[in-house]
Design a protein around this ligand. Structure first.
Ligand code: ZN
Ligand code: CU
Length: 487
């Protein structure tokens, strides 16, 4: 029987970090059947010397809801992303009580008919999503489910209730537990509460992924807390979107990475992820204290999505304020307290360019977009551009890391970290999640001004052996799968 697809004349970068080599790749029944000299295939693709590598893993996504609302996942697929790790920053869409409104502007998407990971994955499968989905169970969601949005520590009974939901998710194949300790309601939890919940993942070999309690003035204290939690729970630690926010803190990622190196040298198991942009993004109300609005912060804020003031989308807060005759504090208050103010997504310029390079140079640094799939308005360009931006700007132009190393981090290293077996390498027997691209022309095209542009230079993306995107055209084949943690 011939192979389903043969890719000829490929320059294989296999995801292990080793040097490229020339080979053909045979794909059959969803998997890579051969890497070498291929026989005839039912379909033949001439790579013309372009790179063939494993599909990219977006280690930091917020696409739980998008798998149902936008099953074409075009913004990820076009970047070469074949697997999302969703449920980050404590915002998973499980557990769920149908009909319940958990949190204003919840970035994980609206609740629906599912109750747990199994039924969520079933609901996704019915939509035939374009890419694979693996899930972290999120602390903010678990806490909202059990405690509500109360601004207090949880009782012993409530902690026991939350533990049950974490265990249930892990039993059903979640890859770990995530927190967003900067956000409501997670910020009211004690360190011990987080230890108790993270501990429930240990028996399942899950990981603890954290948006730490502080990423600015108290970054190092927050890293110490994250390490304490991982040590107490005896669980690997993954630090999300590592950064040192706010101009006065720029450069301090070196200090937190030094802490990570020292801990790893002593036997801890710590990895991190980063997005290749100097702006963050999230639900605006979560960053604002209405009693004491930080005007320095507000000066660097752009509005991404704002249901009550669509005309503000894509504009900087100080510009909006000037046009309206408001102070920046007034503008922030007006936007956040508007009727649908809690749906507002903002983009804030808080990160140093040099820190991005420091991060990308670190061997334990994986890539995560942190994109928020709110397609109405002007989303942060990272939603569409993260992976090609690493390959274009940081590999080709700035030589911050080699192509083989960048691909290793975006593929095999990420799969290993999140327990995804038989993926992340161009190996015989592995699932055929593959990307074909030209390293000379690959380019992110999404910008803050024009954020919904798909990248250039990626000519083919295959998901589980099926061509999902080719020469910029999405085939709609819908071959993505739910990926459960394998032990
Ligand atoms: Zn986060
Ligand atoms: Cu996030």
């Amino acid at each position: 029987m011939p192979a389903d697809i043969v890719i000829r004349n490929a320059r294989v970068i296999d995801g292990s970090g080793s040097a490229p080599f020339e080979a053909d790749v045979e794909v059959k029944d969803g998997r890579i059947a051969l890497v070498g000299t291929a026989g005839a295939g039912a379909r033949e693709i001439d790579a013309k010397g372009q790179v063939v590598c494993p599909g990219f893993i977006d280690t930091h996504s917020h696409d739980d809801g998008a798998f149902l609302r936008h099953p074409d996942m075009a913004f990820k697929l076009a970047q070469g992303v074949t697997t999302d790790i969703s449920g980050n920053c404590g915002f998973s869409t499980i557990p769920n009580e149908p009909g319940r409104d958990y949190m204003p502007g919840d970035i994980s998407g609206p609740g629906a008919e599912w109750t747990d990971l199994d039924s969520y994955f079933e609901a996704c499968a019915a939509k035939r999503p374009a890419i694979n989905n693996a899930m972290l169970v999120g602390h903010n969601r678990v806490r909202a489910h059990v405690v509500g949005l109360e601004k207090r520590a949880a009782t012993a009974d409530e902690v026991a209730g939350m533990r049950g939901h974490v265990v249930r998710a892990m039993e059903q194949g979640a890859v770990g537990f995530s927190t967003g300790l900067i956000y409501e309601p997670g910020r009211y939890s004690t360190t011990d509460e987080v230890v108790a919940l993270a501990s429930e993942c240990t028996a399942y070999a899950g990981i603890y992924a954290t948006h730490m309690r502080n990423e600015g003035d108290k970054l190092l204290e927050a890293v110490a807390e994250a390490m304490h939690i991982a040590r107490e729970a005896q669980i690997p630690l993954h630090i999300s979107h590592h950064k040192s926010a706010g101009r006065r803190n720029w450069g301090r990622v070196k200090d937190s990475l030094a802490m990570v190196d020292a801990a790893n040298a002593e036997g801890m198991d710590i990895t991190l992820d980063v997005y290749p942009y100097t702006a963050g993004s999230g639900p605006m109300w979560q960053y604002v204290n209405l009693d004491n609005i930080d005007s320095e912060w507000a000066m660097g804020v752009m509005i991404a999505s704002c249901p009550d003031y669509r005309e503000f989308e894509g504009r900087m807060v100080p510009d909006i304020a000037r046009d309206r005759g408001w102070t920046v504090e007034d503008a922030v208050r007006e936007i956040v307290t508007s009727p649908q103010g809690r749906q507002v997504i903002c983009i804030h310029f808080i990160i140093d360019e040099a820190d991005i390079e420091t991060n990308l140079r670190h061997p334990k640094m994986l890539i995560g977009s942190d994109g928020i799939p709110q397609l109405r308005g002007m989303p942060h360009p990272r939603l569409f551009g993260t992976m090609p931006r690493v390959l274009a700007r940081y590999v080709r132009e700035r030589h911050v890391l080699s192509l083989e190393e960048a691909i290793r981090r975006m593929t095999s290293a990420s799969c290993e970290r999140f327990g995804l077996v038989d993926r992340g390498l161009v190996n015989e027997g592995y699932w055929a999640d593959l990307v074909l691209f030209d390293p000379e022309t690959v380019q992110d095209l999404a910008t803050y001004e024009d954020p919904k542009q798909e990248p250039a230079g990626i000519s083919l993306v295959m998901v589980n052996g099926q061509v999902a995107c080719e020469e910029g055209k999405h085939t709609g084949v819908g071959s993505g799968r739910a990926l459960r943690f394998k032990r």
